[in-house]
Write a protein that binds this ligand. Structure first.
Ligand code: NDP
Length: 333
């Protein structure tokens, strides 16, 4: 029997989550029964969508249960196996995050072949967030030659991949993020223009300044004022891939809609929301393109790492206060 620590949802937050909403517990893991494995988690991810799961509201992902361990993506190493498909030392990807380890059916985890990448990349650039950027640009926004692309939340996990994928495909890219360090990062990964939205009094004016002829594609990670600015700068037949609206996730009252939504009509804008799980079929194609871009140096990524399961709530809350550059991760071992 091995003891591990896990993070449980203690109470449902109102507004920005605080330490009081989480509690840590220690549990004993049973030895793996027939068809089971025991895994030591090396990395776990914190993602903005988990904020929605802290509410008691039905959505595309079920709410976390009060008093129960939370869950989410994790990368771990098999420490004991009672299944022929996996052996000790194998790397696996699972949905058993927010804990240091677990015992579970072998078929509930996926064996990971890191293909020369660091394993935690599969929680970021080479995993769900990277695919979100790829599918959102190629499938939802249907990128075409000459498009000017605007992306908000551009220095984060999804956004920084949007910037680089759009650049790798030859587009003009404008990214928005908060603060001088993030703006410098955006320039370093190839963005043609970077807007520090925290330093701008009028975001619409700032976007119009760097995109005087307008934008063809808006990749929305933020919503609110960013969406309004994108509508104001949209060209005729612009496409909006609505990926996330993080500016609203901690709202305690329903936020007002974009005041200029009617521009959809006159500008013939196509606005489409999407969830990456409906595009998992593109993973093979993405992995292949990504390998080429990594090799040629066209795509790279940053990670912000918090160490230890006890820091997981801080890492999670940091997503909403902008503490991360690139992918926010928790290193567990
Ligand atoms: P990030 O790595 O981008 O981290 C979140 C970032 O959001 C922060 O670093 C912060 O950057 C920014 N942010 C936080 N609050 C605000 C605010 N009020 N206004 C503007 N920016 C804010 O997270 P991800 O890349 O994982 O996710 C990005 C978006 O994509 C989220 O909206 C998420 O929900 C969505 N998403 C959607 C998926 C889908 O299937 N549709 C899949 C994955 C993610 P800054 O310092 O610049 O403010």
């Amino acid at each position: 029997m091995t003891s591990v620590r896990e993070i449980r949802l203690k109470s449902r937050p109102r507004g920005l989550p605080t330490a009081e909403n989480f509690e840590m517990a220690t549990v004993d893991l049973p030895a793996p029964g027939a068809g089971e494995v025991q895994v030591k988690n090396l990395w776990m991810t914190v993602d903005p969508y988990m904020r929605g799961r802290m509410n008691d509201v039905k959505s595309y992902a079920p709410p976390f249960a009060l008093g129960k361990v939370m869950d989410g993506g994790a990368i771990g190493e098999v420490t004991a196996s009672n299944d022929p498909a996996l052996k000790p030392g194998d790397l696996v990807q699972s949905g058993f995050g927010w804990r240091e380890g677990f015992t579970a059916p072998a078929k509930s985890v996926q064996k990971l072949d890191p293909r020369g990448l660091p394993p935690q990349a599969f929680l970021g650039a080479a995993g769900m967030p990277g695919l979100t950027a790829y599918a959102g640009l190629l499938k939802v926004a249907a990128l075409k030659d000459g498009d000017v692309v605007f992306v908000s939340g551009a220095a984060g996990a999804v956004g920084s991949m949007v910037v680089q994928i759009a650049k790798a495909k030859g587009h003009t890219v404008i990214g928005s993020a908060g603060g001088a360090e993030k703006v410098a990062f955006l320039k370093s990964i190839g963005a043609d223009h970077a807007i520090d939205y925290k330093a701008e009094k009028d975001l619409s004016a700032a976007l119009a300044r760097v995109a005087p002829d307008g934008i063809d594609v808006y990749f929305d990670n933020v919503g609110g004022e960013h969406l309004e600015a994108a509508l104001n700068s949209a060209k005729l037949f612009a496409r909006f891939a609505i990926c996330g609206m993080i500016s609203m996730y901690n709202a305690t009252e329903p936020p007002p809609g974009p005041r200029n939504l009617a521009q959809l009509i006159g500008k013939n804008i196509r606005m489409e929301g999407f969830i990456v799980s409906h595009h998992f079929g593109m993973m093979g194609q993405y992995a292949e393109e990504l390998a080429g871009w990594v090799k040629s140096g066209k795509v790279t990524w940053k990670e912000t790492v918090f160490e230890g399961i006890e820091r997981a709530p801080d890492a999670f809350v940091g997503l909403f206060t902008g503490e991360n550059l690139g992918k926010m991760l928790v290193k567990l071992a």
